[in-house]
Design a protein around this ligand. Structure first.
Ligand code: AMP
Ligand code: ZN
Length: 466
C-alpha cells in the first residue's frame, strides 16, 4: 500500500516496523463540546485506514486520545460552575454516541491526557536533563533551537517559522519559538504536582506521552488534520525525538479541510455544524458516505446538496442489500444460472479495483466508485424472475465484504423496526391462507399507516417505505 507521507512529501510504500502489525496514533478531540463535521473528517478517514489494514490482515494498535484538560475545557467548566472533569466526561460520552452513529470503531485505546501525567512528567524531566527544556517560575519550555531538525515536517526553516512567532505578555521564554511543556498553575485552575511546582501539561506533550506509553518510542503512522502539522505535530516530533533519541513516527498523514463556502469549518469561525445536528437532518450514515466520496487529502465542501446526494447514493446501495437479503430467503433453489455465473465471475475484478484504489494512498472516492460498479453488475444479474439463492448469497457476501471495509451500507441486517414489520407481513399471509381477508386487509392498512407499502411478487411479499 502506498501512503502520502508529509515528512517526505511523497507517496511511499508502507512498510511496518513489525511484520503484519501497524501502530497508529491519531490526534483526537478536545472534549468541551459536541464535535463538528470538520472534526469528523479525520475520525472517519483514519477509521477507514485502520479497517483497511485489518482487512489486509494486519494487527492494528490504534490510539486516539482525548484532550481533557486545556483552556477551552477549563473555560467551559467555569461558565457552568463545575470542574473540568465533569465537562470532559460529558463530551467523551457524547463523542462515543456520535462516533458510533458514524460507524467509527472504538480505538484500541482512547487515553485521556490527565490519566497520563506521570508519563508526561517523565518526558519533561528527560528533556530538562538533556538540555532540551528549561524551567522559568514553574513553567517549563522546550528549547526549539536545541533540536536541529525542527521544521522537517512543515518543510520550513526555523527562521521562516520564527517570523510569525511572538512572546506573549507574561511568557518568560528564551526564544519566541519555544513552547510550553508544562504550565505553572493559575489560581483556581486544576493542577498536578511536579518538580517545578503545581501545574498542568501544555497541549503538545500529551500526544508524545500517550503515543510512547501505548505504542512505543517509534510508531508507524501518526495522523490528524492538516492544521495540526504546525505547530502541534512539529512539536510532538521535537519532544519525542529529543527525549527518546529515536524517530517518532515513520509516516505522517494529514487530511485536508472540510470547508463550508470554501472556508475551513471551525469552532472559532462559528461556521460549523455539529455532527449531532447534521445527523438529525441527513442521518449519520449519509455523513460518513459523504466523507468517503472524496480523497482525504482533497478539500471537501459541505453543503446541503452534497449531503442530499450522499443520502440518495446510500439509499441506492441499501436497496441492493435489501433485495439481496430478500432473494437469499426467497430466491430459486439450485445452482446459479449462466448469466449469474458470469456476473459472479466478474466480481473479483471489482474487488481488485477496490483494493488498487485503497492501495493508492487510500483513494476512497475510487473505492466507492468500484462498489457502485458492482451495484450495477448485481442489479443487472439480479433483476430477472428466477434469481437463485446461490447468486444472491455470493453477491451479498461480496457487497458486505467491500462495504464493511469502508463502514458504509447495511452490511448487518437491520432488525430493529424491520423485524416488527416482517412479523406483521407474516401474520397477514397467515390470515390470507386462512381466508380471513378482513384481517389481512386490516394488517395491510395498519402497515400502510406506518408508511409501509406491500407488493405481492411471485417470490413472495416484498415491502418498501413509501
Ligand atoms: P480539535 O478538537 O479542534 O483538536 O480537532 C480534532 C481534529 O479535527 C484534528 O485532527 C483537527 O485537525 C481536525 N479538524 C478540525 N477542523 C477541521 C476541518 N474543518 N476539516 C478537517 N479536519 C478538521
Ligand atoms: Zn496530537
Amino acid at each position: 500500500m502506498k501512503l502520502y507521507n508529509t515528512l517526505t512529501r511523497k507517496k511511499e510504500e508502507f512498510t511496518p516496523l513489525e511484520e503484519n502489525k501497524v501502530k497508529m496514533y491519531s490526534c483526537g478531540p478536545t472534549v468541551y463540546n459536541y464535535f463538528h463535521i470538520g472534526n469528523a473528517r479525520p475520525f472517519i478517514m483514519f477509521d477507514v485506514l485502520r479497517r483497511y489494514f485489518e482487512y489486509r490482515g494486519y494487527e492494528v494498535s490504534f490510539v486516539q486520545n482525548f484532550t481533557d484538560i486545556d483552556d477551552k475545557v477549563i473555560k467551559k467548566a467555569n461558565e457552568e460552575g463545575t470542574t473540568y472533569d465533569v465537562i470532559a466526561e460529558r463530551y467523551i460520552k457524547e463523542y462515543f454516541t456520535d462516533a458510533q452513529g458514524l460507524g467509527i470503531k472504538k480505538a484500541t485505546v482512547h487515553p485521556k491526557a490527565t490519566d497520563n501525567i506521570d508519563e508526561i512528567l517523565d518526558i519533561v524531566k528527560t528533556l530538562v536533563d538533556k538540555g532540551h527544556a528549561y524551567d522559568v517560575d514553574g513553567d517549563v519550555y522546550f528549547r526549539v533551537r536545541s533540536f536541529e531538525p525542527y521544521g522537517k515536517l512543515s518543510h520550513q526553516p526555523l527562521d521562516e517559522l520564527e517570523a510569525g512567532a511572538r512572546i506573549a505578555v507574561g511568557e518568560k521564554k528564551e526564544d519566541p519559538m519555544d513552547f510550553a511543556l508544562w504550565k505553572a498553575a493559575k489560581p483556581g485552575e486544576p493542577s498536578w504536582t511536579s518538580p517545578w511546582g503545581e501545574g498542568r501539561p501544555g497541549w503538545h506533550i500529551e500526544c508524545s506521552a500517550m503515543a510512547r506509553r501505548y505504542l512505543g518510542e517509534t510508531i508507524d503512522i501518526h495522523s490528524g488534520g492538516v492544521d495540526l502539522c504546525f505547530p502541534h505535530h512539529e512539536n510532538e516530533i521535537a519532544q519525542s525525538e529529543a527525549a527518546n533519541g529515536k524517530p517518532f513516527a515513520n509516516y505522517w498523514l494529514h487530511n485536508a479541510f472540510l470547508n463550508i463556502d470554501n472556508q475551513k469549518m471551525s469552532k472559532s469561525l462559528g461556521n460549523f455544524f455539529t455532527v449531532r445536528d447534521a445527523a438529525g437532518v441527513y442521518g449519520y450514515e449519509a455523513i460518513r458516505f459523504f466523507m468517503l466520496s472524496a480523497h482525504y487529502r482533497s478539500p471537501l465542501n459541505y453543503s446541503r446538496e452534497s449531503l442530499e446526494q450522499a443520502k440518495a447514493a446510500l439509499e441506492r446501495l441499501n436497496t441492493v442489500f435489501k433485495n439481496l437479503r430478500f432473494l437469499c430467503k426467497n430466491g430459486a433453489e439450485g445452482e446459479m444460472l449462466e448469466n449469474e455465473l458470469a456476473s459472479a465471475n466478474a466480481l473479483p475484478a471489482l474487488r481488485e479495483k477496490f483494493c488498487q484504489a485503497m492501495d493508492d494512498d487510500m483513494n476512497t472516492a475510487d473505492a466507492v466508485a468500484s462498489i457502485f460498479e458492482a451495484v450495477r453488475e448485481i442489479n443487472t444479474a439480479a433483476s430477472g424472475a428466477n434469481v437463485t439463492k446461490a447468486y444472491a448469497k455470493t453477491a451479498l457476501d461480496f457487497m458486505c465484504e467491500l462495504c464493511g471495509v469502508l463502514g458504509i451500507g447495511d452490511t448487518e441486517e437491520q432488525v430493529s423496526g424491520d423485524e416488527a414489520i416482517e412479523a406483521l407481513i407474516e401474520a397477514r399471509q397467515a390470515a390470507r391462507k386462512a381466508k380471513d381477508f378482513k384481517e389481512a386487509d386490516r394488517i395491510r392498512d395498519e402497515l400502510k399507516a406506518q408508511g409501509i407499502i406491500l407488493e405481492d411478487t411471485p417470490q413472495g411479499v416484498r415491502w418498501h417505505r413509501a
